[in-house]
Design a protein around this ligand. Structure first.
Ligand code: IFG
Length: 484
């Protein structure tokens, strides 16, 4: 199982077997959608009717208990008489049902009817996450991914109790989210992508569908509008956003650091206010990520001015600020979240410490550990290597609590694995870079510190292969793992 639960006891000589007369019981209407999701999948793979009923059932989902385990915690018991998942909230039930699906044989995830038996070795689990922020980032800007492709991505990553979906919605190569008050951002700024092919963008309905689907998987969408750098698509769309009022061409290469909004123009902040307002209105989550990375074409003093004004606009529009660690050089509003993407370089660590000194919390995305676009080894056909080669072991073998020196444990909000897509233009390529490294990052975010041990983890990871084969996941069969 990944992530490793907080506490698990085997029930020796007890086996749960799902039979054709099995039922699914629930004692809280809020759990109906969770029961439906589980029933639809198991009916498909077992061929059983699996009716859902009020009250108890062979598989019983209850929100009457486990209060001490918090919003995402749950208890699960599987024995000869059935399975009971108990949580104080629907979200906790979803995490418990996620575990139940991992305890069932891999073929339970098949999309066609399979032969039984459908057995779970008797066990009791009591589980709750170490960190509240367990994220993955999908860069839909360098290469655009449709709503259906994002849904497929959500299906896969939510299996590992990931609860934040950071969407990188704007960059030099494209603008991917509709803004009614600035329509050329998507009409023109979203028309291309890396390599010069047709880009794409999300209408408000598209974005709402992604938010809805993520919510069904208890994932919160964190939208990123990257500023003041990484803005060529916006600058190409509106001349007035440029220092000299001249719009650059659309850009489809992969350099970084060459663009900047005009920091000293009022129109820049009118623009941001309206963009942030429209994005915030469609985003139930309380974080809005304003980027802040690689502003190499913004004079440093101007950058600090920008951070103060842009963060104020995020707060004005009802959201908490999230930003890459460079923003910590400026003054951050209360409740800010700073995303660390450094390697081991002390300069970036100083910025992370400065963030914490200002009262911000940290989301850790060390590029030499958690960047899923990093090559596994020198011959990996996809991805980049500027932060180094990242093997499966390299991506797992670090501790979020000690990565940044001299910050208190409660300053760490969690972890996030970014997938930049300069070299990735379809789902098969995305899956190849995400699996098998994402589950390890998910474990670092969920499991207790004592559970983190590469030797035992890699054995559990090896057991995921049959499931990924059933799901058709194009994972990299890293030779360092003794795959089942
Ligand atoms: N750094 C850039 C990304 C992307 C990445 C690729 C951050 C915060 C390199 N910024 O990572 O836009 O190009 O690995």
């Amino acid at each position: 199982m990944i992530p490793q639960p907080t506490a698990q006891q085997a029930l020796p000589d007890q086996t749960f077997t799902l039979e054709s007369d099995a039922t699914i019981g629930l004692d809280d209407a809020a759990a109906r959608a969770i029961a439906d999701q589980l029933a639809v999948q198991l009916r498909r793979s077992t061929g059983f009717a699996l009716p859902i009923q009020e009250g108890t059932g062979t598989i019983a989902l209850s929100t009457k208990g486990a209060e001490s385990l918090g919003a995402e915690g749950y208890e699960l018991r599987a024995d000869a008489s059935g399975v009971v998942v108990t949580a104080a909230t629907a979200e906790g039930l979803f995490r418990g049902v996620t575990t139940l699906r991992q305890l069932l044989p891999a073929k339970a995830d098949a999309d066609t009817t399979q032969d039984g038996p459908w057995e779970i070795a008797g066990t009791t689990i009591s589980d709750a996450p170490r960190y509240s922020y367990r994220g993955v980032m999908l860069d839909v800007t360098r290469h655009f991914f449709t709503v259906d492709q994002v849904k497929h991505f959500i299906d896969l990553v939510s299996r590992y109790k990931i609860n934040q979906l950071h969407l990188h919605l704007s960059d030099d190569q494209g603008w991917r989210i509709q803004v009614d008050s600035w329509p050329r951002l998507t009409e023109y700024g979203g028309s291309l992508q890396v390599g010069g092919g047709a880009g794409g963008s999300y209408t408000k309905d598209d974005y709402a569908e992604i938010v809805r689907y993520a919510g069904e998987h208890y994932m919160t969408v964190v939208p990123e509008i990257d500023t003041p750098g990484h803005t060529n698509a916006a600058l190409a769309s509106y001349p007035e956003l440029n220092k000299g009022d001249v719009a650059p061409e659309l850009y489809t290469e992969t350099e970084v650091g060459f663009s900047s909004l005009a920091i000293d123009k009022d129109v820049t902040y009118e623009f941001l206010d309206e963009v942030f307002r429209e994005v915030a209105e469609q985003t139930p989550g309380d974080l809005l990520h304003l980027g802040g990375d690689e502003a190499h074409s913004t004079e440093h003093g101007e950058y600090l001015t920008f951070v103060a004004k842009a963060t104020e606009l995020v707060v004005k529009n009802g959201k908490r600020v999230m930003g890459w660690h460079e923003v910590a050089d400026g003054t951050l509003p209360a409740g800010s979240v700073v995303q660390y993407w450094g390697t081991e370089d002390p300069k970036a660590q100083v910025l992370a410490q400065r963030a914490v000194e200002q009262g911000a919390t940290l989301v850790l995305s060390p590029a030499n550990r958690s960047y899923l676009d990093m090559k596994y080894h020198a011959e990996t056909p996809l991805g980049l290597d500027w932060a180094g080669l990242v093997s499966v072991e390299q991506s797992y073998s670090w501790n979020p609590a000690t990565l940044i020196p001299n910050v208190p444990a409660d300053a760490i909000a969690g972890v996030e694995a970014p997938l930049w897509t300069e070299t990735l233009d379809d789902l098969a390529k995305v899956e190849f870079m995400v699996f098998p490294r994402l589950p390890g990052i998910a474990e670092l975010g969920w499991s207790s510190e004592e559970a983190l041990d590469w030797e035992t983890y890699q054995e559990r990871l090896a057991e995921e292969a049959p499931r990924w084969e059933v799901l058709g996941v194009n994972f990299y069969r890293a030779p360092e793992i003794d795959w089942r």
